[in-house]
Design a protein. Sequence first.
Length: 189
Amino acid sequence: YTAPGFGALSAGFATFKAYQGQDRKSASLSYSRTVFEGRGSVFVTVVNERAQDRQTNVFLGFSYNFDTDHSLIGNYQRLRGESSESIQFQKAQPVGEGLGYVIGVSRMSSSGESSTQFTPSFQYNGRLGIVRGFVQQGDNTGSTSVYGLSLAGGIAWAGGMVAAGRPVTDSFGVVKVDDLEGVRVLVNN
């Protein structure tokens, strides 16, 4: 069901008859809605599963777009007795040169134990290559921190000319306008 100003509501039912093993039934109810004049959205899904054990799983989430490049995303889920929450702020990676990044924090809880992880990452697209970096830092005693840094570039040959730049993963082109230098070329319009 969808109505202006209300959002979207849906329900579902599924049954699984096993040839061997256990039969299962599940019922779900989902709701989603755009908020803040279309800049954000929220959703919630509840799934009740019946098999040997009966359990209810919950999924919640939201997103908010500050502008075309910056957004905030959050999620919560409770699945088979374990729960997790995450939130991340991101700046979209530009098609051309520039910096994109994600700053994320997540927490997982299971059997009375919980752990938190901080996971920032970035990518800089330069004229001659790409620099990427990330960190995964946990809060548990004895947890391992993981760090990574990578550099990537490419070399292309076309029309008797060799050029260095970012990695070539699909195709490339050479643009020459008479003997003019620095002519601006647009990608994807």
